[in-house]
Design a protein around this ligand. Structure first.
Ligand code: ATP
Length: 224
């Protein structure tokens, strides 16, 4: 589905990792952990073709990302929903408009209304739909970011610290939403420092934990 094959990457010359391989198997649920600055966000950005590998190959849905033109990358990206670490909302638009933005960008705005209502209810933000992002709490922002990530019905969800800056109850709620998506068949990759959240995962989810440290990606094994 998404495959990094012996990929090397560094920002501004210094190598963050080299010869790193990672496969996102359809339907898998994986956590990516590791110390701050280890390169988790960078690795996620390679997975959704926001960065190009400096060496090695990134395959998106069977295609070599390095050989795809911009339009083809954009098409592949539509199959990947991303929850960014800092949410990245447009503050002059309402919560509902922000969530629907990927549909507007893809010229599919007409599909928004029913979909959007359901999604807002699913993430518990029906009442906040007309508000602006700065008026939301941290947990509400994260749930809005998750709704925006899934509005295009992507096959893969990539979430960068989706439970950063929220309390335990909210992190459990966000995790439950991500598990629900996985049970619907979505492939899920979550970068997180939140080991307690990982440990809280119920045993009916076949989750794996990957650890990125000193440029090496190791499998920390099954969660439970
Ligand atoms: N655009 C950039 N330009 C230059 N350096 C960058 C850039 N993005 C990241 N870095 C550097 O690359 C390293 C890895 O950053 P990255 O954000 O991938 O790590 P991370 O594991 O996600 O960290 P955190 O857990 O703190 O979010 C850091 O030293 C960071 O300063």
């Amino acid at each position: 589905m998404i495959e990094l094959d012996k990929v090397s990457y560094g920002h501004g010359g210094a190598a963050l990792f080299s010869q790193l391989s990672l496969t996102l198997v359809p339907g898998s649920f994986q956590f990516l952990t590791g110390p701050s600055g280890a390169g988790k966000t960078t690795l996620l950005r390679l997975c959704y073709a926001d960065l190009r590998a400096q060496r090695g190959k990134v395959r998106l849905f069977g295609q070599d990302a390095n050989t795809l033109d911009r339009d083809a990358v954009a098409m592949s990206r539509r199959r990947i929903g991303v929850v960014h670490q800092d949410c990245q909302f447009l503050d002059h638009l309402s919560v509902a408009e922000n969530i629907a933005l990927p549909l507007s960008v893809a010229d599919r705005a007409a599909e928004a209304s029913e979909n959007l209502k359901e999604l807002l209810a699913w993430v518990g933000l029906s009442k906040q739909s007309a508000q602006r992002p700065p008026e939301l709490s941290g947990g509400e922002r994260q749930r809005a970011a998750l709704a925006r990530a899934v509005i295009m019905s992507p096959d893969v969800i990539i979430a960068d610290e989706p439970t950063g800056n929220v309390d335990w109850e909210m992190s459990q709620r966000l995790l439950a939403l991500l598990v629900e998506l996985n049970k619907m068949g979505k492939t899920v990759l979550i970068a997180t420092h939140d080991l307690a959240m990982i440990r809280s995962l119920k045993s009916d989810v076949d989750a794996r934990v990957l650890r990125l440290k000193d440029g090496l990606l190791t499998t920390a094994g099954a969660v439970l």
